[in-house]
Design a protein around this ligand. Structure first.
Ligand SMILES: C[S@@+](CC[C@H](N)C(=O)[O-])C[C@H]1O[C@@H](n2cnc3c(N)ncnc32)[C@H](O)[C@@H]1O
Length: 311
């Protein structure tokens, strides 16, 4: 059977009697098919089995169209291969963040894009009932081991695997910039109970110390990614409340090397370039006069939180 005929038959079966129910069923299947196509593209690119040109042709697109559509998405899904470095090297969050990110009356909280559970653990320790949603299997494996008390689900911000109105608060740490906001905003609003809140959180390295500025310069040489850490959130959410917390993450030289190794743009580098960057970081840490002879290092951070409430 021709692919087009197969598509038409499947579409007719799914649409059934038509109407709004048909549109809903078709939308669910289209989203699932798109998710599967992205998975296949990801496998092909990981194994270097197909070029963007070939993938574009298979999808009826140009090479540029295919790259525009998936390259960013694949970067967003790249963290799993460095999940152990992520867990070892990335900072957590200051305790004071919980009061800013989650309203006092909240009980059930969704940690969306939960990664290895850096924020999930704090939420559980605060006595909240936490469900953590994370698309990457490698990150989820670390999360389940690190925070056994959280309910962990596979899923994404664009398709949250939770019923309507089922949580009091959604928190997104260090991940909102990877989401498609056109789908993630209505999904977050859908799973929130009336009056629920959405908090977007980022850790920003405070580069006021010279060694931290030099580390930042080394890291920036491999990326031009700029993240808006004070984002606007559209309707149905209301005006933002914003908070910044200054704190220090206690780490080691090996921890800082893992911090760098777990950045998505470092994961994506060709092997030789990644090895050179990590060697340069090790040399900076070993030779900078402010760090010489020290293994315990206090890494300065600013944690930024933007919280909005369903209107
Ligand atoms: C930088 S990590 C942050 C993890 C964790 N929240 C933290 O604070 O350490 C970004 C996470 O977002 C996840 N992610 C990427 N795209 C996503 C999407 N569309 N929906 C949900 N999570 C996504 C990645 O798999 C990764 O675990």
């Amino acid at each position: 059977m021709e692919t087009d005929d197969l598509g038409r038959r499947v579409a007719d079966d799914v649409a059934g009697g038509g109407g709004l129910a048909g549109v809903r069923r078709l939308s669910g299947v289209i989203a699932a098919l798109e998710e599967r196509r992205t998975g296949l593209v990801e496998e092909l690119r990981r194994g270097r089995e197909a070029t963007w040109e070939e993938i574009g042709r298979a999808c009826g697109m140009t090479r540029q169209g295919a790259t525009r559509r998936w390259a960013g998405r694949l970067r967003a899904r790249s963290f799993g291969v460095a999940a152990a470095s992520y867990q070892h090297g990335r900072p957590g969050y200051p305790q004071a963040l919980i009061g800013a990110a989650v309203p006092r009356e909240a009980r059930k909280v969704l940690d969306l894009g939960a990664g290895t559970g850096k924020l999930t653990g704090l939420l559980v320790e605060a006595g909240l009932d936490v469900v953590a949603v994370e698309p990457d299997a490698g990150m989820r494996a670390q999360l389940v081991a690190a925070v056994p008390k959280a309910a962990v689900r596979a899923g994404s911000a664009e398709r949250i695997p939770l019923p309507d109105g089922s949580v009091d608060a959604v928190v997104v740490a260090q991940a909102w910039h990877w989401f498609d906001p056109a789908a993630a905003v209505p999904e977050a609003a859908r799973v929130l109970a009336p009056g629920g809140t959405l908090a977007l959180v980022w850790n920003v390295r405070d580069e006021s110390e010279p060694w931290a500025a030099e580390l930042g310069a080394l890291m920036h040489r491999s990326t031009n990614q700029r993240i808006d850490t004070w984002p606007a959130v559209p309707a149905p959410f209301g005006a933002p409340e914003r908070l910044e917390i200054r704190w220090e993450h206690s780490t080691t030289r090996a921890g800082i090397v893992d911090l760098v190794a777990s950045r998505s743009y470092v994961i994506a580098l060709p092997d030789a370039e990644r090895a050179r960057l990590l060697a340069d970081v090790e040399e900076l840490l070993a030779t900078h006069p402010d760090l010489a002879g020290r293994d315990a290092i206090a890494m300065p951070y600013l944690t930024r939180c933007t919280r909005v409430r369903l209107g």
